[in-house]
Structure formats: structure tokens, C-alpha cells
Design a binder for this molecule. Structure first.
Ligand SMILES: Nc1ncnc2c1ncn2[C@@H]1O[C@H](COP(=O)(O)OP(=O)(O)OP(=O)(O)O)[C@@H](O)[C@H]1O
Ligand SMILES: [Mg+2]
Length: 290
């Protein structure tokens, strides 16, 4: 996939000439002092695809999300969004270009209502320009405001949040809080959506609803979804392909069934004692490059 640091090789480019990947990573390396959290990681995501990213605790999954979303600038490597190099762009600029994420620990504005949380994820597009601009463009703004509120209402409904829309987000149980975060991430029709352990804290019904939302988003809004999950059953059901990270490197990549039967993956991650369906979530006991 990659040759030298930061370079996507020519053959790879030729193969994808007809379409630009929604997201392309190459040579991503991140070090924390003496720890190499990611080592020359490469990955391509196409629009309309749901990709799973799995690996044991400490494998580097969240660090990779931080690099993609702009929270962390890598020590080496390149991040491309729809063919544009965004490696140096801030997280806000990436979000404006359609890259959205959710966090491993739910992050919402706890003091705002559920509805205002989701509205705020659209709000920054409103333009500004002050009082004069407000007066001149008042009718347009009113129409836009209506459209925004309708979109928010639709997404709240999709996410099962309509009954709690006036409650403060901070007062909700974790499962609903997570759905608020998902609603915030999808309300502005992202082109790339990163979900970090989205089923954590969800009950079965909520997880099923989340799965439906993921499938809607990719189908109707041709968004590329990258999904970090410890719930392997969920990953196997939702994803077209899976990438396995191990010690900060890509160990394997393939269709869910290929990953399940990949000997290296089985040896490293899948317990044969439970039929190979459970990723061990034990703490990484590796020394090596950590
Ligand atoms: N801010 C940081 N400072 C120092 N080391 C860090 C930092 N963030 C992550 N690491 C280290 O980088 C490695 C990768 O961590 P990361 O959180 O990306 O793993 P993960 O795959 O998301 O794990 P989990 O499944 O537990 O969420 C780990 O060894 C971790 O201890
Ligand atoms: Mg993590």
C-alpha cells in the first residue's frame, strides 16, 4: 500500500484513478516519548464503505482517530481527504470539510438540551456578518433556520432522541448520551465518519438502532465510516472490511470472514476457546516498541 514515508505508491494511485478515496492515510507514525504508538500505518477508505478497525487495548486505534481528525499531528505521514492533503489542517477545518468523529468517552455539551446539542453541530455554518447582514439577509436566514431545525428534528427521530429532545444532554443515561454524540456527528452529512467504540454503554436495542444508522449513512449519504469496536459481533455485522492494528502496525486487512480465519489474527487476537468470535480485550502485554 505504501512505499516510503508519506508516499502513496504509483500503482496504488493508478488503481484508484477513476475515483478519489474519501480518506487516504500513508506512512502515519506517532511517537509518545519512547513509545511508538503508530508505525507507518496506511489505509484507504472509499465513499459508501463501512470499515472496522480492531485490535487489543493500546494497539493505537484512538491515536489513529486523533491523527485523522486533526487532534494530533503525526510525526510522519500524510492524511488525504477526498484527494486533498489535510495533514496540517486543524480539527475544525477538517470538520468543515466533512470529517466528523465521536469519542471513546462521550463528549456532549452537558448543560444544553439534546436538541441544542445537535443544532450546535450545524450552527457554525450560519455565516455571521453582524446585525446589518442579519437585517439584509433576514428572509434567507429564516428559511435556512427552518431547514436546519427540520434536519435536526429528522436526525433526532432517526436516533430515537425525539422523546428526550428538551432534556439536558448531561442528565441522560450513557446509551442516550452516546446517541446524542452520534446525532451530532451525522447531522451535517459527513463524508467521513469516525466512530470510536460507539456501542460502549448501549443496550441491545440502542446498538441495533446505531447499526441501522450506520447503514443509512453509508447508503443514502455515501459516507465512508471507520468504526473502532471491541464488540466483534457488531463489527462483523456492520463492516465490509476490517483492518487489524497490532502494536501500532496494520497486521491484516480483509473481509470479516477472511479476518476471522486469518492465522496471524487468530494467533494474536481471536480466542479459539470461544469459537474465534471474540477479540480478547485484555491489556496488551507486549514489550517491543512500547
Ligand atoms: N497522550 C499519550 N501519551 C503517552 N502515551 C499515549 C498517549 N495516548 C496514547 N498513548 C499510548 O499509545 C498507545 C496507543 O494508545 P491508543 O489509546 O491509541 O490505543 P487504543 O487502540 O485506542 O486502545 P483502547 O482499545 O484501550 O482504546 C498505548 O501504548 C498508549 O499507552
Ligand atoms: Mg481507544
Amino acid at each position: 500500500m505504501t512505499t516510503v514515508h508519506g508516499a502513496i505508491d504509483a500503482a496504488d494511485r493508478d488503481a484508484s484513478q477513476s475515483r478519489v478515496s474519501a480518506l487516504a492515510l500513508s506512512g502515519i507514525t506517532v511517537r509518545f516519548g519512547g513509545i511508538t504508538a503508530l508505525h507507518e500505518v496506511g489505509l484507504r477508505l472509499e465513499a459508501g464503505e463501512v470499515r472496522g478497525l480492531i485490535g487489543p487495548n493500546g494497539a493505537g486505534k484512538t491515536t489513529l482517530f486523533d491523527v485523522i481528525s486533526g487532534i494530533r499531528i503525526p510525526d510522519a505521514g500524510r492524511v488525504e481527504l477526498a484527494g486533498d492533503d489535510i495533514t496540517g489542517l486543524s480539527a475544525v477545518r477538517r470538520a468543515r470539510r466533512g470529517l466528523r468523529r465521536t469519542f471513546q468517552r462521550v463528549q456532549t455539551f452537558g448543560w444544553l438540551t439534546v436538541e441544542d446539542n445537535v443544532l450546535a453541530a450545524l450552527e457554525w455554518r450560519s455565516g455571521g456578518g453582524g446585525l446589518v447582514a442579519d437585517l439584509v439577509s433576514f428572509p434567507t436566514r429564516l428559511t435556512r433556520e427552518k431547514a436546519r431545525r427540520a434536519r435536526v428534528a429528522h436526525v433526532l427521530d432517526l436516533c430515537g432522541l425525539t422523546p428526550v429532545r428538551q432534556e439536558s444532554a448531561g442528565s441522560l443515561p450513557i446509551g442516550l448520551g452516546r446517541m446524542v454524540e452520534v446525532a451530532r456527528a451525522i447531522v451535517d452529512t459527513p463524508s467521513v465518519l469516525l466512530l470510536d467504540e460507539p456501542t460502549s454503554g448501549l443496550d441491545e436495542t440502542e446498538a441495533a438502532r446505531l447499526g441501522e444508522r450506520i447503514q443509512d449513512i453509508r447508503a443514502h449519504e455515501s459516507c465512508a465510516v471507520l468504526l473502532v469496536e471491541h464488540d466483534v459481533g457488531f463489527v462483523m455485522r456492520q463492516c465490509d472490511r476490517i483492518v487489524v492494528l497490532h502494536l501500532g502496525e496494520v497486521l491484516a486487512e480483509g473481509a470479516p470472514r477472511e479476518i476471522q480465519s486469518n492465522p496471524a489474527v487468530r494467533a494474536a487476537y481471536l480466542g479459539d476457546d470461544d469459537g474465534g468470535h471474540q477479540v480478547r480485550t485484555m491489556r496488551n502485554e507486549q514489550g517491543g516498541n512500547r
